[in-house]
Structures are given as C-alpha cells and as structure tokens.
Design a protein. Structure first.
Lengths: 113, 118
C-alpha cells in the first residue's frame, strides 16, 4: 500500500485538461516536503516531469503543470495529446517513527480517448 | 549526457544472492547521491536504497534492510547493489537513479530485471 494516494486512472479526449491528485499526510507532503512527478511511457523507465511542486525540467512541455496545497498535490495536463498516454507517479519524502523514506504514489494511468 | 547503465539482473532461486551494477557517465559521479528504485511487474515504484556521494553513508527501505547492501566505487563511476536472502517479492525491475537536491530523482537508468523463483 502506497503512502501517497493517486487515482488509478484518468482519461480525456485530445485537447482536454486532466488532473491527477496525490494525497499524503502530515508526515510527508503536509510536513512541507516538495512533491515531484514522473512520467513512465509504456515499456520505458520513469522520467522526471515536475520537480519542486511546480517546476519543469528543460524539455518538458508547458502543458504539464504542478501544484501543492496542504497535504495534497496535483498534476495538470492541458491540451492533452496522444503521446501523453503513460503512467504518472508523484513522489515526496516521509518522516515517521520508523525513519526516513522516499515515498511514491500508487500511480495513475492516463488514457487519451 | 547523463547515462546510467544497469547490469547483473537475472533469475535466482529463493534464498539466493545477486549483485547489480550501474555504470554512470556524463556527470561527476562522486558529487551525487545515488539510489536503487524497483518496480514489481505491473506495480508501482518503490525506493530501495541510497548512498551519499562522498561520505558513503547509506539508507535502506525497511523491506530490504539487513538483506541488501548498496555501495559505490567513485574511481569507476559505478554503483552496486548486493542482494542476499532473496524472496519472491523482490522480483522487480531495478533502476539506478541519480538524486539531486536531496529529494529529486532526476535521471533513471533503463533498469535490469531480477526474477526470484524456483
């Protein structure tokens, strides 16, 4: 069971806007740790998509954006394109009684209709 | 260009051992913390272990502590993961991942598959 909760799937037509939520707790996102997002195209390794809640690495299209509030974060894809079909994972840092951990969300599959 | 190339995966029996390697290039290896992250078939991502760049300090996920050992050879720009007492639930693709700013996994290798089965 993942520490960060994401919806299993979201879908949208080309050109539409979709959002993916990432819900954490007071020991990770709510503790002030940044949220990062990764895109995993079918059969490939994950790739950094958004870092520091809302920053895009060089080469990532500006139709991808991130936000964070309280114990949650969101990834938005505007102007959805066929090549955006992939799995998306959020990631943060967690401090609990058992120690420090890098934690990932459960993953969300984006389908372009 | 940053490149991370894993090797050493394969089929191993339960209770067995395996050593993964990751050859890094395109950056000053010793300056960065490195990680192993795994993904079981059809499942999500799970952080496994981290090692700091110069100090060599290590951290492990609870699921592998005491069985796995992460290490590095900065002179060879190579990261390792020694896996002992392997179990069926260790079956996964293991990714070598570079870390920046303490929490960002900025570059990932292509992964190497470890299958634990009799």
């Amino acid at each position: 069971q993942s520490v960060l909760t994401q919806p299993p799937s979201v879908s949208g037509a080309p050109g539409q806007r979709v959002t993916i939520s990432c819900t954490g707790s007071s020991s990770n996102i709510g503790a002030g740790y940044d949220v990062h997002w990764y895109q995993q195209l079918p059969g490939t390794a994950p790739k950094l998509l958004i870092y520091g809640n809302n920053n895009r690495p060089s080469g990532v299209p500006d139709r991808f954006s991130g936000s964070k509030s309280g114990t949650s974060a969101s990834l938005a894809i505007t102007g959805l394109q066929a090549e955006d079909e992939a799995d998306y994972y959020c990631q943060s840092y967690d401090i609990s009684l058992s120690g420090y951990d890098y934690v990932f969300g459960s993953g969300t599959t984006v389908t372009v209709l | 260009e940053v490149q991370l190339l894993e090797s050493g995966g394969g089929l191993v029996q339960p209770g067995g051992s395996l050593r993964l390697s990751c050859a890094a290039s395109g950056f000053t290896f010793s300056n960065y913390a490195m990680n192993w992250v795994r993904q079981a078939p059809g499942k999500g991502l799970e952080w496994v272990a981290m090692i700091h760049g110069s100090s060599g300090t290590t951290y492990y996920a609870h699921s592998v502590g005491g069985r796995f050992t992460i290490s590095r050879d900065n002179s060879k720009s190579t990261l390792y993961l020694q896996m002992n007492s392997l179990r069926a639930d260790d079956t996964a693709v293991y990714y070598c991942v570079k870390l920046i700013d303490g929490t960002i996994f900025d570059y990932w290798g292509q992964g190497t598959l470890v299958t634990v089965s009799s």
